[in-house]
Design a protein around this ligand. Structure first.
Ligand code: URA
Length: 243
């Protein structure tokens, strides 16, 4: 535990003296509560500290966009000993995948140690848009496409409206793009199977404001750009404001 003003100064908010002024002026919150006492101690790795509503970052927040290859699980540990996406990431901070992709699904996966962003992007009540490219068996007809768009009944209920297009028609198979707003387990695979067109290959190319770059190879990752982080933080802030 450390004194609040010391943690603030270390995080670069202001000098220690100026930080004390901010505290006594009631501009600093710890875990959502205004703290005005100068003797207060905090644990910077646990406590959430905000100055004028903006969170200070003691530990470096990192945001990584990975082009996940097939053959990796998106959980931190796998009971079957399979490789995890964390095996591909070499950063000193401990990061976590935001949401999941199946073992055999490729594409955009965000990893971060920012709990607010993870929460905002994965909570079922404010799911963001995700775009997938799926290679499916056969070519869905207009009726199937409409059904996928309107919503179909899966074992766990109706799917929300989606946007679905045939990108390439190969006669015996097709490449579809699907934009969905939910994140149920195996959702795209289950949707396509339900209309008689099982998925052969699946790749995620968009999630909220993030897009997979063409030049990011499978298994490679990059740090998010400043404007991308800002957009994610704005989403997290909005979610917080609504709760
Ligand atoms: N839908 C699926 O079926 N699998 C994924 O990995 C992601 C979405």
């Amino acid at each position: 535990m450390e004194r609040l003003q010391k943690v603030m100064a270390k995080a670069g908010v202001a000098s220690r003296r100026k930080s004390e002024e901010l505290i006594t002026a009631g501009r600093v919150k710890v875990n959502g509560k205004v703290v005005t006492e100068l003797g207060s101690k905090v644990d910077p790795s646990q406590d959430q500290i905000e100055v004028d509503g903006k969170r200070i970052q003691e530990e470096n927040l990192v945001y990584i966009l990975l082009n996940k290859p097939q053959g990796y699980v998106t959980t931190a540990d796998d009971p079957h000993g399979r490789r995890t996406v964390l095996d591909l990431i070499k950063v000193k901070q401990r990061v976590y995948p935001v949401g999941r992709l199946d073992y055999d699904t490729e594409g955009l996966l965000l990893l971060t140690n920012d709990g607010d962003v993870t929460y905002a992007l994965t909570h079922p009540s404010h799911q963001i848009t995700k775009k997938y490219i799926a290679t499916v068996e056969g070519v869905p007809n207009q009726g199937n496409l409409k059904a996928l768009e309107r919503g179909i009944k899966l074992a766990d209920g109706w799917t929300a409206p989606a946007k679905v297009e045939v990108v390439v028609d190969f006669n015996d198979k097709a490449i579809l793009s699907l934009e969905i707003h939910e994140g149920r387990k195996h959702q795209v695979k289950r949707m396509c199977k339900a209309v008689g067109h099982p998925v052969q290959e699946l790749k995620r190319i968009k999630m909220g404001p993030l897009e997979l770059d063409d030049d990011l190879k499978l298994g490679e990752y990059r740090y998010l750009r400043k404007n991308e982080v800002k957009q994610l933080r704005d989403i997290a802030q909005k979610v917080k404001g609504n709760e």
